[in-house]
Design a protein around this ligand. Structure first.
Ligand SMILES: [Cu+2]
Length: 132
């Protein structure tokens, strides 16, 4: 008799315990505290060409970022990788002739350093440092 009572009591405790666990497993609803993972999406970095030079001359970007060359000068430019005039160090960086007001953009997909110049004014130089 006492033994049956004890078993019954234990079963009740177990049931209540399971019920509490289920209750506790319900997600707490706290509006406004939801967090979204912060992901660094591709940034867009602008390099202006003005007064016969690139500004800034050196930019540091991450893989996946896009560099936009903006011709704010008064004549055409052509952005090409070094060395002048063969442009063999980074062939992906090679614009058409850009008239004033036009832009050329390039997305960097690998870490490394890209040296470039204005092919129509090869003294104007610049550098893109791409980090992982
Ligand atoms: Cu050149």
């Amino acid at each position: 008799m006492n033994k049956n009572l004890l078993i019954g009591a234990l079963a009740l405790v177990a049931l209540v315990g399971a019920g509490l666990m289920l209750w506790g497993a319900k997600p707490a609803e706290t509006p406004g505290t939801a967090t979204t993972p912060i992901e660094r999406v591709g940034q867009r970095i602008t390099v202006s060409y003005e007064n016969n030079s690139f500004n800034p001359e050196e930019v540091r970007v991450k893989v996946g970022d896009t560099v936009i060359f903006d011709n704010k000068g008064t004549g055409n430019i052509r952005v090409s990788s070094d060395p002048h005039p063969t442009h063999t160090s980074f062939p992906a960086l090679e614009s058409e002739a850009l008239e004033p007001g036009n832009t050329y953009q390039l997305t960097l997909t690998e870490p490394g350093t890209v040296n470039y110049h204005d092919h129509l004014n090869a003294k104007a130089k610049g550098k893109i440092i791409v980090e992982q």
